[in-house]
Design a protein around this ligand. Structure first.
Ligand SMILES: Nc1ncnc2c1ncn2[C@@H]1O[C@H](COP(=O)(O)OP(=O)(O)O)[C@@H](O)[C@H]1O
Ligand SMILES: [Mg+2]
Length: 504
């Protein structure tokens, strides 16, 4: 490397307030050029705010930003783009109905005369895609692409605009393990070719595997920075959360008793005729956790939907305590003691515009004492919501705040509180800790184990191998809508499991 500036990016004493809240409190950050720099911290720590300031979405109240060693004033994203910054947001900003190329050139169309030179743009997209190993069909409609492919389009979009410094805000939260591995190899390739990368994540294994340097944030402040080679997962967790965190689930040996859930030869076709579930059979007993491992899209979602009563199987039976519940809908199952933590909490688990108190009674409206003779019993609802917030550590503890206003982790704690509060006998937990930070993961795992120890039967579906192996008393693997095997979580290796999950 030539003697360029020491840092590609520097933030010095950057403060940003939202009303009374100090989202960034004198934040200092220094990112070396050609490096992968991770910013970690729990939800609400101020990571996105800092990046949005860099990218010109927010204006800092105080402090300086230096790009390539020079103090810059970034008034908006177009200034940031001119200075060589590119940002990939957690929620993609693509137009489903347009093609990859159309999306990439949107807002940056190369002009030939007055018309858009589409052929030239397409050729450039192909070039970039080859140069950086971002495999994607330039003519595909974005709506038809997988999440991982859409993310590549977002990365291509920044490169197309000449980005030298890429900011990725929680890029792995939405990806499968395979897609994460592919993304990491793309990011390493980008770094080899001289790009500077800032990645936000709260998954410690990822941070340790990918980054060269780490900055830890908590409560709007930078808690510390260190070289990844000097970091350990437990040290990082402690810095993030501000206390010791158990990274492994602590649980005693399961003491399973009689069968609670029995699934017999369940098959299900998708509306398009494809097989979603094929001849699935298993049993879960009182006091045990059955974890279902699998790459997403191999029938787990449909299986949970069948168990929750959201979909009717084409054949086969679901039994709860020996009773055939196959014909029952979700509400009837709930009243029999089935709790469901849905995979997509924003779509299925919550009404985002309703406040916390209202959300805490979803699905319970017709049960006394929630509903009095005609009116919902307000006093009861308020008291229950206050208690859930306390017992399940939902932050901020404001039951009048709309669900939308809570972080993903706190939304999840609310759903779990609501579902677990009724002391269910069967718990269906789909991706229970997705997008949730480590303090909350520890909490959710502990709650699941508490209910198991109190005699509940638990089904956990997770794409995280670590979660499957640490939570499951038994582990079954799904592939192509079938159960392809059962493994012992104490002895199986992640490699063996990974192979089964991909049909090996
Ligand atoms: N536009 C905004 N208006 C008000 N408060 C905000 C806004 N954006 C973020 N915050 C608050 O600032 C704090 C930091 O948020 P954020 O930077 O998104 O954290 P992180 O990305 O680390 O999860 C949180 O308390 C969040 O609720
Ligand atoms: Mg964020």
């Amino acid at each position: 490397m030539t003697d360029g500036p020491k840092y590609a990016i520097e933030m010095r004493g950057v403060t940003k307030r939202f009303g009374a809240l100090v989202a960034n409190d004198r934040v200092n950050l220094a990112v070396a050029p050609g490096s992968i720099h991770a910013i970690i911290g729990e939800n609400g720590a101020g990571k996105s705010t800092a990046m949005n300031i860099l990218y010109g979405f927010y204006k800092a109240d105080q402090g300086q930003i230096l790009i390539d060693g020079e103090v810059r004033s970034i008034e908006g994203p177009s200034d940031a783009i001119k200075l060589g910054l590119g940002m990939v947001h957690q929620h993609f900003m693509l137009v489903d109905t347009l093609t990859v190329t159309e999306n990439i050139i949107l807002g940056a169309e190369p002009l030939s005369g007055m018309a858009i030179d589409f052929a030239k743009a397409r050729a450039r997209v192909l070039d970039l895609s080859n140069q950086y190993g971002l495999q994607v069909d330039p003519d595909a409609r974005v709506g038809r692409l997988s999440v991982g492919q859409q993310q590549r389009v977002e990365i291509l979009k920044t490169l197309y605009r000449g980005a030298r410094i890429l900011i990725l805000d929680e890029p792995t939260a939405v990806l499968t393990p395979q897609e994460v591995a592919e993304l990491f190899s793309i990011l390493r390739g980008l770094r080899e070719q001289g790009k500077t990368i800032i990645i936000i994540t709260h998954k410690l294994a990822e941070v340790l595997a990918l980054s060269g340097n780490i900055t830890v944030m908590r409560d709007g402040k930078v808690i510390g920075g260190l070289a990844t080679k000097d970091a350990t997962a437990s040290e990082l967790a402690r810095m993030m959360v501000g206390r010791e965190v158990l990274l492994r689930v602590e649980k005693r040996e399961a003491e399973p008793r009689s069968p609670t859930l029995s699934v017999q030869c369940v098959s299900l076709k998708n509306p398009d005729g494809g097989v979603a579930l094929y001849d699935v059979s298993f049993t879960v007993r009182e006091g045990e956790i059955l974890a279902i491992a699998g790459v997403e899209g191999n029938g787990q979602t449909e299986l949970i939907e069948v168990l929750a009563g959201l979909r009717r199987p084409d054949s086969g039976e679901v039994r709860l305590d020996g009773r055939n519940i196959t014909p029952l809908g979700p509400h009837e199952r709930k009243s029999l003691g089935v709790a469901h933590i849905p995979e997509d909490r924003r779509r299925r688990g919550l009404l985002l515009d309703f406040d916390l108190a209202e959300n805490s009674i979803l699905g319970l409206h017709s049960d006394r004492p929630v509903s009095g003779a005609f009116l919902l019993n307000k006093q009861f609802i308020t008291a229950r919501a206050e208690r859930l917030v306390k017992d399940y550590d939902v932050r901020p503890p404001d039951i009048k705040l709309a669900a939308r206003g809570f972080s993903g982790g706190n939304q999840q704690k609310l759903i779990i509180g609501r579902e677990f509060d009724s002391k269910p006998k069967l718990i269906l937990a789909a991706q229970p800790t997705r997008g949730v930070d480590i303090g909350a993961i520890e909490f959710i795992h502990r709650k699941i184990i508490e209910l198991r120890d109190a005699g509940a039967a638990v089904v956990v579906v997770s794409a995280e191998l670590e979660e499957v192996l640490s939570l499951g008393d038994r582990v079954i693997v799904m592939f192509g809508g079938r159960i392809v095997g059962e493994v012992d979580p104490k002895t199986v290796t992640e490699e063996e499991l990974g192979l089964m999950m991909t049909g090996g």
